[in-house]
Design a protein around this ligand. Structure first.
Ligand code: FES
Ligand SMILES: [Fe+2]
Length: 376
């Protein structure tokens, strides 16, 4: 794509973000299909912002780790002996092999598969066979680099930027809204993973609005959480949110120790944390969705359910988890099929930016976030 084409896509983005919230329009279609815009996002968003990489409760024991890939950085979150979490590079300081592969695992040390340099859980180099024979070798210069990380409500975020403002402060207004749920210590009931052939923003935007319940989820979510009753909230620079009230008389099943008001025990509170994490707070369950761009038209979608400790004491736990999992998998399939169709439509030459419903305020706010990052 020529430089001029990219500039015009950014001009369109800037224009979309400049409109009043009541006359908002969707992103220019080019933003979903242009490899140059994707590269820009990788550098300016995923290479600089706070990116969700996993859940702290999923690495509970010293030596537990989970790996993640950011632009130009292979990282891993590692539970330390003192209970803290560090995010380290997975790139060996010898000749660059990865000391831990994708996914998650447990290890007492990180032993590079190439020449067996061995690193402590905190990244210090413990052993490097024969290296004392090289006077240029200094063990203390060969630790795995550490990245800035923050844990918010039990979610692990990392940034490659030395300048990113602290995440906790940026999300403080959201914390105030959701503190009553107390999800920081909730544990994973299950998680699922898939790859969708769509741009990551199609998937993220879809998770940030519930207007589409009347379409993709007409027979699943809409009969209980009607899309047209969506109540969009006024978000902030780092997040958007909305509430979807349930039909009257619906109530989540009670979980001991969870005391929430009637609203929280029946509605969805949905927040989109830029750029790629969304949460659906549904009484005693919270569903999270995380979107990792793989290319301009592919995204890895991870999702899971969190619950308080008492949920796991239920005598019919297996049945409950299976039921909750089947429901989430069904909804995700509806979203996947729908989002693939959206990407196909956006790829057509005659696709155009369209007007947004007032119920899609979170999308309008996301457009502004993108403009701040890509077209300021
Ligand atoms: S590359 Fe890791 S020990 Fe050689
Ligand atoms: Fe959906």
């Amino acid at each position: 794509m020529a430089q001029g084409d990219r500039s015009s896509a950014l001009d369109q983005l800037r224009h979309a973000a400049s409109l009043g919230i009541d006359e908002a329009v969707s992103l220019p279609p080019r933003c979903y299909r242009d490899p140059a815009i994707y590269e820009l996002e990788q550098r300016e968003i995923f290479g600089r912002d706070w990116i969700h990489i996993g859940r702290a409760c999923d690495i509970s024991e010293p030596g537990d780790y989970l790996a993640a890939d950011l632009p130009g950085a292979a990282v891993m979150a590692v539970r330390q002996k003192d209970g803290s979490i560090k995010v380290l590079s997975r790139v060996c300081r010898h000749r660059g092999a990865l000391v831990a592969s994708e996914g998650s695992g447990h290890s007492g040390v990180f032993s590079c598969p190439y020449h067996r340099w061995t690193y402590e859980l905190d990244g210090r180099l413990r052993a490097a066979p024969t290296m004392e024979g090289n006077p240029a070798f200094k063990r203390e210069n060969c630790a795995l680099p550490e990245f800035r990380m923050e844990i918010w409500q039990g979610f692990i975020f990392v940034t490659l930027s030395a300048d990113a403002a602290p995440l906790g402060a940026a999300l403080a207004p959201l914390s105030v809204m959701i503190d009553k749920y107390d999800i920081g210590d909730w544990r994973s009931a299950f998680s699922v993973e898939d790859v969708w052939d769509t741009n990551w923003k199609v998937a993220f935007e879809n998770a940030c609005e519930s207007y589409h319940h009347i379409g993709f989820h007409q027979h699943s979510l809409d009969p209980i959480w009607p899309g047209l009753t969506t109540q969009p909230g006024k978000g902030d620079e780092a997040f958007n949110f909305h509430v979807v009230p349930s039909i009257p008389d619906f109530r989540y099943r009670e979980v001991e120790g969870v005391t929430l008001d009637d609203g929280a025990m029946s509605h969805f509170f949905i927040c989109g944390i830029y750029p790629s994490l969304t949460l659906v707070l549904a009484g005693p369950s919270t569903i999270w969705f995380s979107f990792e761009p793989l290319s301009v038209d592919r995204v890895r979608v991870r999702a899971g359910q969190l619950n308080p400790a008492a949920y796991f004491d239920a005598p019919n736990l297996e049945e409950m988890v299976a039921g909750d999992r089947a429901m989430l998998v069904g909804i995700l399939e509806e979203d996947k099929v729908g989002c693939l169709g959206v990407q196909q439509g956006l790829s057509m030459a005659d696709a155009a930016s369209g007007p947004l419903s007032p119920l899609e305020r979170p999308i309008a706010e996301f457009v502004r976030y993108l403009a701040r990052r890509l077209a300021a």
